[in-house]
Design a protein around this ligand. Structure first.
Ligand SMILES: [Zn+2]
Length: 247
């Protein structure tokens, strides 16, 4: 994929690189940043905003699908520079505050021969993921609609992390799945909808069970933390992910 930002649906923009995505939602003059990538994504965010005659001050909210390091990178800087509140599910709030990750369901050892893992690590280091990001002030939520630009509906999808959620933007036909599933496995390099590997997950079986919350959602465009957009509907993505199972 190109490293340049892309508009995927009206007012829905993708930022990031071939390994990690985050998204900007436009709503009138205001913007919501959905996930915050890695610290090094900030330059790309500023360039993108400038090219659209905007600045970080137009970001009214940051909302997180979960609090892993590749989703919170820019959040604290954007929180103070915009300034804008950072919203996270209450079950991931402690991780967001401390940068301390929960126990993982599997080991990275089996993947050490995989080039995809080393490419991911090198990319993360290039983008400043060298120490945990801590978000000093948080707004927490549980479910319902978020009162931020774009008005997403929160879809709890625990498993990849304890407080993982997806965001549905019904009026845009867009579902941001975060890491409830991905379209590129960052450890094995395989493509196609699947849950994230257990070495990155809190509870992979719970992640499989959470797919049920997504499969009936009507969304022409499904977006992921990792991998290309999916336009064949959440139901077929979930079917594919169940077939692949736990990796
Ligand atoms: Zn991720």
């Amino acid at each position: 994929m190109p490293d340049a930002p892309q508009q995927l649906a009206p007012g829905v923009h993708r930022l990031g690189n071939a390994y990690v995505n985050c998204y900007l939602i436009e709503d009138g003059n205001q913007l919501t940043l959905v996930d915050a990538g890695l610290p090094g994504f900030r330059g790309g965010l500023d360039d993108y905003l400038r090219s659209h005659g905007r600045s970080v001050k137009d970001i009214a909210a940051v909302i997180l699908t979960h609090a892993h390091g590749d989703h919170v990178g820019m959040a604290e800087k954007v929180r103070t520079d915009a300034p804008a509140p950072v919203h996270v599910h209450e079950a991931d709030a402690e991780m967001a505050r401390t940068g301390k990750i929960h126990p993982r369901d599997g080991s990275l050892l089996p993947y050490l021969r995989r080039p995809a893992l080393w490419k991911l690590f090198a990319m993360a280091v290039r983008n400043g993921a060298v120490s945990p990001t801590r978000i000093l002030e948080l707004t927490t939520f549980a479910d319902g609609d978020l009162d931020v630009p774009g008005r997403p509906r929160v879809i709890p999808t625990p498993g990849h992390s304890p407080g993982h959620v997806a965001f549905h933007f019904p009026d845009r036909g867009v579902l941001i799945a975060g890491d409830a599933l991905c379209n590129y496995n960052p450890l094995t390099g395989t493509r196609g909808p699947q849950i994230l590997p257990k070495a990155f997950a809190y509870d992979a079986l719970q992640a499989i069970a959470s797919l049920a919350a997504l499969e009936r959602i009507d969304a022409g465009v499904m977006l992921f933390g990792h991998g290309e957009p999916w336009t064949d509907g959440p139901s077929s993505a979930v079917t594919h992910a169940r077939e692949v199972g736990v990796t």
